[in-house]
Write a protein that binds this ligand. Structure first.
Ligand code: CIR
Length: 250
C-alpha cells in the first residue's frame, strides 16, 4: 500500500517541454485541470501529497517520476537521459531525501524513472532513448544488496518502458503485444494496437487508474474486478506524458 505521493504543478511553460506527439500543443488550463484531478484522485485513495511548485525553466518537471525512484529501502535520484531534464533530478533530491536514504546515479549512466517498472523485488529497466546500459547496470548494483533483481528490456516503441507496460496489481501486467515475450511469468492483459496509450495504467491501493477514451481496454480492465478511475489525460498525452509519470508513490 502507498501512503505518500510527490507531485509538482505544471509550469506556465509546460507546452514547450519535449514531445514526439503530433497531437498539438496542450491547452494550459485544461492541463492544469487534468493534473489537479489526478492529484485529487491520489488524495482520495488515501495518499498524503507533497505538492511541489512548478520548476522555473523546466517545462517537463511535473513528470516527477523520471527524476527519482522510490523503493521501501531507499530513494534513487536518477540522471534523466534528455540533457534538458538533467537538472530536475537535483531539484527533487532534497524532497526525496526527507523520506528515504538517498543515492544518486552517476555519469555515464542515464535513466528516466519512466523506464523502471518495479513489481516487488523484480525490477524491469527499459533500454530506451533516455536510459542507457550504464543506467540499468548502476541501478542493478544499487538494488542488489537489498534483494532486488534487475532485468533490462529493450523498449520497442514509445518514449519509455512504462509507455507500453505497467503493473495492475497481483501478478497482472497491462502491455502492448510487442512486450509479451518479456513478461512471460505474468498474467498479461494485452491492449489493442490502436489503444496502446492505455497500456499505462496506475495501481493505487487496490484501485486502477486508466486514461479516458480507450473503451476496449476499459472493458478488459473492468473484468479484473478492481475499482477503476478513468481520468482525462488528453493534454498530458500531448506532452508524451501518462498517468505513472506525474507522481512518485511510496
Ligand atoms: C519528456 O519527453 O521527457 C516529457 N515530455 C514526458 C515525460 C513522460 N514521463 C514518463 O512517461 N515517465
Amino acid at each position: 500500500m502507498f501512503t505518500q505521493a510527490i507531485v509538482r504543478t505544471p509550469g506556465p511553460d509546460a507546452g514547450s517541454g519535449l514531445t514526439t506527439s503530433t497531437l498539438g500543443k496542450p491547452d494550459h488550463p485544461a492541463l492544469l485541470r487534468q493534473h489537479a484531478a489526478y492529484v485529487q484522485t491520489l488524495r482520495d485513495l488515501g495518499l498524503t501529497i507533497t505538492h511541489l511548485d512548478a520548476l522555473d525553466g523546466h517545462p517537463d518537471a511535473y513528470f516527477v517520476e523520471d527524476a527519482a525512484l522510490m523503493f521501501p529501502e531507499l530513494a534513487v535520484v536518477t540522471r534523466p537521459g534528455a540533457p534538458e531534464r538533467l537538472a530536475e533530478a537535483e531539484a527533487l533530491s532534497a524532497t526525496v531525501a526527507r523520506f528515504r536514504p538517498m543515492v544518486q546515479l552517476s555519469a555515464p549512466a542515464t535513466l528516466d524513472g519512466g523506464d523502471v517498472l518495479a513489481m516487488g523485488k523484480r525490477v524491469f529497466v527499459g533500454l530506451s532513448e533516455r536510459t542507457n546500459k550504464s543506467g540499468a547496470e548502476e541501478l542493478a548494483e544499487i538494488l542488489r544488496p537489498h534483494g532486488y533483481s534487475v532485468t533490462p528490456v529493450r523498449v520497442p516503441a514509445g518514449l519509455h518502458l512504462k509507455s507500453s507496460v505497467t503493473w495492475a496489481g497481483a501478478d497482472v501486467v497491462v502491455l502492448t503485444e510487442a512486450l509479451s515475450e518479456d513478461f512471460l511469468g505474468y498474467e498479461q492483459l494485452v491492449v489493442p494496437a490502436d489503444e496502446a496509450y492505455a497500456a499505462n495504467v496506475l495501481w493505487v491501493n487496490g484501485t486502477l487508474l486508466m486514461p479516458r477514451g480507450f473503451p476496449r481496454t476499459e472493458a478488459m480492465l473492468a473484468r479484473l474486478g478492481l475499482p477503476l478511475r478513468v481520468l482525462e489525460q488528453s493534454e498530458v498525452q500531448k506532452m508524451d506524458g501518462a498517468l505513472t509519470c506525474m507522481s512518485l508513490r511510496f
